[in-house]
Design a binder for this molecule. Structure first.
Ligand SMILES: C[S@@+](CC[C@H](N)C(=O)[O-])C[C@H]1O[C@@H](n2cnc3c(N)ncnc32)[C@H](O)[C@@H]1O
Length: 290
């Protein structure tokens, strides 16, 4: 189901205030202010068992900057579809891309209508970027959205980003097919950016999955090998699929907003807890011979 965000279009799904949402909880870890008590309480109930979450959310957002910079500057990508884009923050995909290529076009997709509400304000004067409310599990509906049809030329390479959203795709959703839909349809030279939360210990991963799913957020922590299996048949750029802190690290990239005081005790937890981390990379379809 994709809702139409054009002026006069049918009303949007309402924002859930009674259950935590990933967009708002993640935004809080990035230093954002658009969250509610239900989101903060849920996160604070999660962190004693999984203290790595604050660090890995922030490491993912730093990875996003490096991925978009690489794709625009080194690979010549000019169009992005950002699946599960999250609430606007600093250095959103269109801002990073347009810093290196002023003609870059971006479609943001998120299931949480609060993202659309905030995205509209940010993008009011930008005709090359749009945000739609949609479910990435229904790729056909996303690709049929009038804004996708208007902004994305499938005759040209496309980068589709599934950043820190792989864990929102459970095995029952058929994630391998979802991840391939855009790049299998787009011109050669297209890319997939992917990341998700993984656990080296499947037991700890299962405990995390149970806790977050019970909170009402669809979730599946995988092992790195399970992620590799989802992406079989695609060619990862160097250094491959890795802990995101090892994906082309750059000590000089722009800093994120400071962390909220309640989350400060957890900042730096990945220095001693390395069993749960954000894993991913950038992949392309194999080059065709002849
Ligand atoms: C952890 S945030 C990641 C945000 C952003 N991609 C980033 O890397 O900074 C996950 C986002 O995915 C969105 N999401 C979860 N399930 C989704 C679905 N089925 N379709 C579209 N968006 C979804 C959530 O609303 C949330 O904004």
């Amino acid at each position: 189901m994709v809702s139409d965000n054009r002026p006069g279009a049918a009303s949007l799904p309402s924002v859930p205030y009674d259950i935590p949402t990933s967009a708002r909880a993640y935004g809080w870890m990035l230093g954002g202010k658009d969250n509610y008590e239900v989101d903060r309480d849920f996160l604070l109930s999660t962190l004693p068992s999984f203290p790595e979450c604050v660090d890995i959310a922030r490491q993912n957002r730093e990875f996003l900057f490096r991925v978009v910079r690489h794709l625009t500057r080194e690979e010549g990508i000019r169009q992005f579809i950002d699946m599960g884009c999250g609430l606007p923050t600093d250095d959103n995909v269109h801002q990073v891309a347009q810093r290196f290529a002023s003609d870059a076009r971006v479609v943001y997709v998120d299931i949480d209508p609060i993202v659309l509400a905030h995205g509209r304000a940010l993008l009011a004067d930008d005709s090359s970027t749009t945000v739609i409310t949609g479910d990435m599990r229904d790729q056909e509906a996303v690709l049929a959205h009038p804004d996708v049809v208007r902004l994305i030329d499938f005759g040209q390479p496309v980068a589709v980003l599934f950043l820190s959203v792989g864990h929102h795709l459970t095995d029952a959703d058929g994630p391998a097919r979802i991840l391939r839909t855009v790049i299998d349809r787009a011109a050669p030279g297209s890319f997939l950016g992917f990341s998700q939360v993984v656990a080296d210990d499947p037991g700890r991963g299962a405990a995390m999955t149970a806790h977050i799913s019970a909170g009402g957020v669809p979730w599946q922590t995988r092992t790195p090998a399970e992620v590799d299996a989802l992406l079989t048949g695609l060619d990862p750029l160097a250094p491959g699929l890795v802990n995101l802190v090892d994906w082309r690290p750059d000590a000089d990239q722009p800093p994120l907003a400071p962390v909220a005081p309640d989350l400060l005790p957890y900042l730096g937890a990945t220095r001693s807890n390395k069993g749960i981390y954000e894993y991913g990379g950038v992949l392309r379809t194999p080059r065709r011979n002849g």
